[in-house]
Design a protein. Structure first.
Length: 112
């Protein structure tokens, strides 16, 4: 190896270790879902992504290890979603959003 070269990863992705995907489900958070992936070391010593959480309700069980102090079965409405993202994001986190491109039926409705 030539002098001055490093084997460490370079670029913007080098320090990323957490990936959060948010699927916004429309009004009132009824169909909003979250998946959180964590980068760790696998059995072979190589980096491996692991699903830490995948849920549609805050406090939902059976979706991986969760240390959610908030508890309960609240839907991911605005406040709950923002609190979740504030808790799990830092400089080594990527957040991806999937948002509907159309308004929910309750907003488009023409009823008086």
């Amino acid at each position: 190896m030539s002098e001055g070269r490093s084997t460490a990863p370079r670029g913007g992705r080098a320090g990323l270790c957490r990936f959060i995907g948010v699927d916004l489900g429309g009004g009132r958070g009824k169909n909003t879902a979250i998946a959180r992936l964590e980068l760790g070391m696998g059995a072979t010593g190589r980096p491996r992504l692991v699903v830490a959480e995948a849920k549609v309700r805050r406090g939902q069980r059976g979706t991986g290890a969760s240390a959610d102090e908030l508890g309960g079965d609240a839907l991911f409405r605005d406040e709950a979603l923002v609190a979740y993202l504030e808790r799990w994001t830092d400089d080594r986190t990527v957040v991806a959003m999937d948002a509907p491109l159309t308004l929910p039926p309750c907003i488009r409705c023409q009823l008086p």
